[in-house]
Design a protein around this ligand. Structure first.
Ligand code: FAD
Ligand code: NAD
Length: 475
């Protein structure tokens, strides 16, 4: 007997599971289909983010940050201990435990909200029917008034350099090494390359990152990427820009890479592990029957309007499989908005205020436009910056590096972008997202009382700096 639901979600990543829970909260009869299997071979909800993305990478970043502090900065505090060692299987085991706890938590939330969970692969057929292929090969067709496609994304492979899961890996492999690779190569100096490069560099790997573009972290404000590049260099991350990788071959227990540098000179590089992190693409393979009625755009993403409506009435798409930044929180907000629209409420996501965070040391965070983007668009701006070197709390933490930069419209003073590099900026950015959502001016930020001594004083001072009236530096 086939089942019918108010809402059927395909994909239980941060976009899909949040949409399912919100729809259930609104009184709708909801089911969610997900095919992901965890390391133990059992269904695991939470998608890329919880299983092999945001959470496990942050767990390893935290472990290695602690190790690095022990080996590098504890002595500045007068703390000494014996020769520190890192037990990689214990570190990876701690990461796995966190993943299991969180993915299990989604299953509990589904039960609590009466979301029916199907473990298998979903395919959208015509007439808002969905075929579920269970892991044992059995199939069932269900139907719904509304279908939400939240199939996420997969890593892009470079032609001729296939992942083998052991020596040439994607994000999944790079999270599960059993020992520290002596030489770690990365293709792509983007978010994954920098985060995973940092993890293994802190444990002693020689890390070489080969980036195709001539500019480093081109999406960031130039003042921020300049500081970050300097700090990464100090840490020993060898980032080579303007490189074209021409081949990578596994030879015994090594990977031999051929590449040409920015001036066209050919080079060879031998590493023990190679991570390919050159971006991700929407995962739509096998998701849509030919007559499903849903169309893709030229980038292979599911085509949607500003409310995540696809070309077919009653079918919606959210998260990494549609346009916009590939970020967990962006997908979750779309999930909430779509559930609310289905329930007849007003759902909306402002893609202009989605914050970005890179969890390296120093952390990088931003919201809104860069100074270059605004200038290129002919928008007059005033900027204010403030260094963490002049912030007492940052000094007390032994992390007095980096800066906050506030960009405001030169005439209206409206905040158009805030860019940060430094300690805990992943947390500081939230205030700036609120400010931009409320269309605050830099003066609004400047007139808000910030606790002392905190890192947030750097935001306050940078906002004061827009009007050349920062207190703790010469303007
Ligand atoms: P996904 O999380 O990819 O979930 C999609 C789910 O759908 C998966 O479980 C998949 O198996 C399932 N699925 C797909 N097709 C089908 C089908 N036909 N039938 C059934 N199930 C299907 N973002 C951040 O915001 N912060 C971070 O710190 C961060 N760190 C990251 C670190 C790494 C290493 C990686 C790889 C990504 C990171 N991201 C981060 C990005 C983030 O993981 C994604 O933006 C987010 O997971 C997208 O959510 P989603 O729900 O759209 O898709
Ligand atoms: P990315 O887009 O961040 O970076 C890919 C990099 O690879 C770019 O700098 C690009 O110029 C470069 N590149 C592309 N082709 C290349 C080639 N052939 N040779 C050398 N370099 C090449 O992609 P990613 O690092 O794979 O991460 C994918 C996405 O996952 C991110 O864009 C982000 O949306 C998400 N993510 C977010 C976080 C976070 O929020 N902290 C962490 C990890 C991943």
């Amino acid at each position: 007997m086939s089942s019918h639901f108010d809402v059927l979600v395909i994909g239980a990543g941060p976009a899909g599971y949040v949409a399912a829970i919100r729809a259930a909260q609104l009184g709708l009869n909801v089911a969610c289909i997900d095919e992901f299997l965890g390391k133990d071979g059992k269904p695991a909800l939470g998608g890329t983010c919880l299983n092999v993305g945001c959470i496990p990478s942050k767990a390893l970043l935290e472990s290695t940050k602690q190790f690095h502090a022990l080996t590098h900065s504890f002595k500045d505090h007068g703390i000494s201990a014996g020769e520190p060692t890192m037990d990689v299987p214990t570190m990876v085991g701690r990461k796995d435990k966190i993943v299991k706890q969180l993915t299990g938590g989604i299953a509990t939330l589904f039960k609590a909200n009466k979301v029916k969970s199907f473990a298998g692969r979903g395919k959208l057929l015509s007439g808002k029917r969905v075929e579920i292929r269970f892991h044992d090969g059995a199939t069932e067709v269900v139907s719904a008034n509304h279908v939400i496609l939240a199939a996420g994304s997969v890593p892009i492979q470079i032609p001729g350099i296939p992942f083998d899961g052991t020596h040439i890996v994607d994000n999944v492999g790079a999270l599960d090494f059993t020992a520290v690779p002596r030489r770690f190569g990365v293709i792509g100096a983007g978010v994954i390359g920098l985060e995973m490069g940092s993890v293994w560099r802190r444990l002693g790997s020689e890390v070489t990152i080969l980036e195709a573009l001539p500019d480093f972290l081109a999406a960031c404000d130039a003042d921020i990427s300049r500081v970050a590049a300097r700090e990464y260099k100090k840490q020993g991350l060898d980032i080579k820009l303007g490189c074209k990788v021409t081949a990578a071959k596994v030879n015994g227990d090594e990977v031999q890479i051929s590449y040409t540098d920015a001036v066209g000179t050919e080079h060879q590089l031998t590493v023990d592990k190679l991570l390919v992190s050159v971006g991700r693409r929407a995962y739509t393979q096998g998701l849509l029957a030919e007559d499903s009625g849903v169309t893709l755009n030229s980038r292979g993403q599911i085509e949607v309007d500003e409310h995540c409506r696809t070309s077919l009435e009653g079918v919606w798409a959210i998260g990494d499989c549609v346009r916009g930044p590939m970020l967990a929180h962006k997908g979750s907000e779309e999930g909430i908005a779509v559930a609310e629209l289905i329930a007849g409420k007003a759902g909306h996501v402002n893609l202009d205020t989605v914050p970005w965070v890179i969890y390296t040391e120093p952390e990088i965070a931003w919201v809104g436009k860069t100074e270059k983007e605004l200038k290129d668009a002919g928008i007059p701006v005033r900027t204010g910056s403030f260094p963490f070197a002049a912030i007492g709390r940052a000094m007390a933490m032994n992390e007095a590096y980096g800066q906050v930069k506030v960009i405001a419209h030169a005439e209206t003073d409206r905040v158009l972008g805030v860019h940060m590099v430094g300690p805990m900026v992943s947390e500081l950015i939230a205030e700036c997202v609120v400010a931009m959502e409320f269309q605050a001016s830099s003066e609004d930020l400047a007139r808000i009382c910030h606790a002392h001594p905190t890192l947030s004083e750097a935001v306050h001072e940078a906002a004061l700096g827009v009007d050349k009236r920062a207190i703790h530096r010469a303007n």
